[in-house]
Every structure is written in C-alpha cells, then in structure tokens.
Design a protein around this ligand. Structure first.
Ligand code: NDP
Length: 447
C-alpha cells in the first residue's frame, strides 16, 4: 500500500479499531488508491485522505415513541453527513436492530464514491436507527417514523441533505417520514427521495437499484462476449434490490434460481418467472411474510433454513443483494470451483475482503456495490431533478437514463482501471474514479 495511505489507515485504526465495518471499507478504498497516490502528491499535500475518512458531521439523537401497549420505547437515531464537496449530502436511512456507528460510517463512506460515480452532483451521507420495523404494527411504524423525523427535519433540506430508503425503509416508511416533514415545515421540498409517484416520486425508483445492478452485470459480460441469456443466477435477499434484480435478470432471459431472507434461502430449479415474482412481491411487500412460505406455493422449490444461497447450487452469476459481509471466502471458493463468471454486488459490501481478493485472483469478474448498485441513488438524483423542474418523466425515459448512467459507470470504472494497467479491476477503477472527482473538488474549495 502507498505510504501515505498506510499512515492514514494506521492512525484511523487507533481511534476506530472497534468499528469493524467502517475499517473494512476504508481499508478497501485506501488500498486501491495506492497507484493513484504514487503518481499524485497533491492529495497528501492537501491532507485529502485524513479529511475524507472523517465525517463532516455526525448527528445522534433519541427517538422516543409509544408502542401498542402504551409503553414508551426509545431508539437511537443517526445521520452521518460524510462529505459534501460535490453536492448536498445524499444517502439512505436504514432501520435495523444491527444499526450502529460503524455500519453507518461504512455506508456513508461508500456513498461518497458511489454518488461521485453517478456523474450527478451529490455528496455522501447515511443514517437510520436501531429500530426494527419487523413485527411492529402499522401504528407503531408510523409512530416511530414521525418521532424520528421530529428531530431529523432540522438537519435536512433540498440543498443540504436529502435522505432516501435502505434496509427496513421502503415506500411505506418514506411516506410516513415525508408526511411528518411536510407537517412540521409546511413545505413540499424535495427533501426525501423514494417518494410515491403520486406525491413527488420518480417512476422506476423502486426498480432502479436492482435493474441497475443487472445492467452493470450485462456490461461486464459484454467484455467477455457474453450476455444474460440462459445464465444461471443466484440472488440473495428478497427485499427491494433483490426483487428487481431478479425481475430484470429473467426479463433478459436469465434463469433466477434463488432468493433469501435472514432466516434462509429458497432454491427454485425451474427459475423465478413473472408469476413467481408477483407472488414474492405480495408476500414480502404486502403480507411482510418470510421467504420460507415460497415453497408452499411452489413445491418444486426447496427451502434451506439458515443458509445463504451461494453453496446450495452452481451458478454463472451471483448477485448478493441482502446485506454486508454475506459472501465469504468459502462461498467464493465454491463459486470459483463451479465456474461462476461474475459476482456483481447489489447490496453494499456484501463480499468480504478475502472473498473479493480470491474472486479477482481467480479471474471472476467482480463489481463492487459502489459501482454496480449506484442505479438507486442515481435515480434518486433524477427524482430530485424532476422535483426541481416540477415535471414527471415517463418510465421509459427514466429507465433509459438509468441504463445510460450504468453504462457510463461501467465505462468509467473500466477505463480508470485500464489507465493503471488492470482493466478487469473494477474495485480499483471505481474507487479511483469516484475519489478523483471528490478529492479535486475538495482542493478547489479550499480548507
Ligand atoms: P430491504 O429491507 O428491502 O431488503 C433487505 C433484504 O436483505 C431482506 O430480504 C432481508 O431479510 C435481507 N437481510 C437483511 N439483513 C440481513 C442479514 N443480516 N442476513 C441475511 N439477510 C438479511 O433492503 P434493500 O433491498 O433496500 O437493501 C438491500 C441491500 O442493498 C443493502 O445492503 C442496502 O444498503 C443496499 N442498497 C439498497 C439500495 C436501495 O435503493 N434500496 C441502494 C443501494 C444499495 P429480512 O426480511 O429477513 O430482514
């Protein structure tokens, strides 16, 4: 690793060694900037790395709310405003019991580079709470969202910080959050994205991350003169990203063999089609049930409790779309042994560092989430543009813009990696391309 990057990493380690996920993402990014830092001394002169690894602002607040038994519950709310060099802070809100500073700092840090790659002017941020919407009544979710926004509203704004959804924050939660914001501020500012199409949202935003991930995979396959047709695809998760990655993959002729949730995985040897997709949407988005139920409806499928999909059957393409560190070295070894061609991350950092290194060393195309799942935030950027001009674009128009953005991100990651002699190294390409724009803006803006 470049000596400057190494020094910054070591001093960060002294303060943040307990923040495992954050240190993992910083190590990956700084490690892959080495070749650029060897060539350019200006980043060290302006202390860019030291400034980049420290959030500009961290907001932590209490969220008291009343449950259905009339008892007061208290959760912690967070907003990490990481870097605003190229535009207003932008990044999702995650509601999940595992949420802590380490997870949100890693997500906010990744978001800086992802947003930069989209070509749109958006800074990096992330937020959320350790509140778990699972198993809560509608009224409890509403109460929590309203009380979360009661504090968050003072820190966000169209030109300041524009949050969106993430794990546990879908269209229902965005609706409750936005409704409360409007009540408090008396304004229809475009202060959240992922809104419903009837109240300021963009068409294709729900589909965007999953679709974008598959568009990225298509571009990777093209570099080996292949396409999605007939490819066997394993997908983890069954939430927003997983659902639409599955839909786009089967629309392009691939055979989608799996979905999962935090309890287990389903393998369907016949593949998931439009009818099964509609069932999954109703199961997960309306009834909020478990993926295990899938096999009752489609008995040729098998459910594997407490298993991730990667070693349950062979595949050509793996799309991890659930959560961080869900594909490890042993999974990577299994994928390689069974001739997997590409791993394209729909989730944020789902692949461990060891698994990533193994995949790359074994000539498996590997796309880091900050490039391959950037379609979600890119379409959020398009939602902000539509709100600003007070127009709604049709689905085809948004989808075509999304596709163009994904092609450009792929091109930019690949060309940047080629500039440093490793065209297949999407991790290096995405990190350097994302970093350069932000770092140069930080220099331009002065201290
Ligand atoms: P959802 O909440 O809609 O779905 C998450 C899915 O992952 C669910 O199936 C959930 O299962 C599963 N999951 C969550 N935690 C775990 C865990 N610890 N182990 C196994 N499975 C788990 O979230 P999204 O689909 O929106 O997000 C998925 C990933 O994509 C996240 O990494 C997110 O940061 C990333 N992402 C999302 C974007 C978006 O636009 N939504 C944009 C870019 C990245 P269960 O229901 O059992 O919890």
């Amino acid at each position: 690793m470049n000596a400057y990057a190494q020094n910054v990493l070591e001093s960060l380690q002294k303060n943040c060694s307990h923040q495992k996920e954050f240190m993992q993402s910083v190590s990956e990014v700084l490690g892959s900037l080495s070749k650029l830092l060897d060539r350019q001394s200006k980043y060290e002169k302006y202390c860019i790395l030291e400034r980049l690894v420290m959030p500009e602002r961290i907001i932590i607040f209490q969220v008291p709310w009343i449950d259905d038994r009339g008892k007061i519950q208290i959760n912690t709310g967070f907003r990490i405003q990481f870097n605003s060099a190229i535009g207003p802070y932008k990044g999702g809100l995650r509601f999940h019991p595992s949420v802590n500073l380490s997870i949100l700092k890693f997500l906010g840090f990744e978001q800086i580079f992802k947003n930069s790659l989209t070509t749109l002017p958006m800074g990096g941020a992330k937020g959320g709470s350790d509140f778990d919407p699972k198993g809560k009544s509608e009224r409890e979710v509403l109460a929590f969202c309203q009380n979360f926004m009661r504090e968050l509203y003072r820190h966000i704004g169209t030109s300041i910080d524009v949050p969106a959804g993430d794990i546990g924050v879908g269209s229902r939660e965005i609706g409750y959050l936005y409704g409360q914001y409007k009540r408090i501020v008396n304004s229809c500012d475009s202060v959240l994205t992922g809104k419903g199409v009837n109240w300021g949202g963009s068409k294709i935003r729900p589909e965007a991350t999953g679709y974008g991930c598959v568009y990225f995979a298509q571009e990777m396959l093209k570099t080996r003169n292949m396409d999605m047709e007939g490819k066997k695809v394993l997908i983890s998760g069954s939430g927003n990203v997983a659902q639409y990655a599955a839909q786009k993959a089967f629309m392009l002729g691939a055979k989608v063999l799996s979905l999962s949730d935090s309890n287990g995985s389903v393998i369907d040897p016949d593949g998931i089609d439009e009818e099964k997709f509609a069932y999954v949407q109703e199961l997960k988005n309306v009834r909020r049930g478990r993926i295990a139920e899938y096999v009752k409806k489609f008995p040729r499928a098998t459910y594997y409790e407490n298993c991730r999909p990667w070693q349950l059957t062979s595949c050509d393409i793996a799309l991890p779309c659930a959560t961080q560190n869900e594909l490890d070295l042993r999974d990577a070894e299994f994928l390689a042994k069974n001739n997997c061609i590409a791993v394209c991350e729909g989730a944020n950092m789902p692949t461990t560092l060891e698994a990533t290194a193994f995949l790359q060393a074994n000539n498996i195309l590997f796309a880091p989430g900050k490039a391959s799942n950037a379609g979600g935030v890119a379409t959020s950027g398009l939602e902000m543009s539509q709100n600003a001009i007070r127009l709604n674009w049709e689905s085809d128009e948004v989808d075509s813009k999304l596709r163009t953005i994904m092609v450009k991100i792929h091109e930019s990651a690949r060309e940047t990696a080629a500039e440093f002699g490793e065209p297949d190294n999407y991790v290096m390409g995405a990190n350097i391309a994302g970093f350069r724009k932000v770092a140069d803006a930080m220099i331009d803006l002065g201290v």
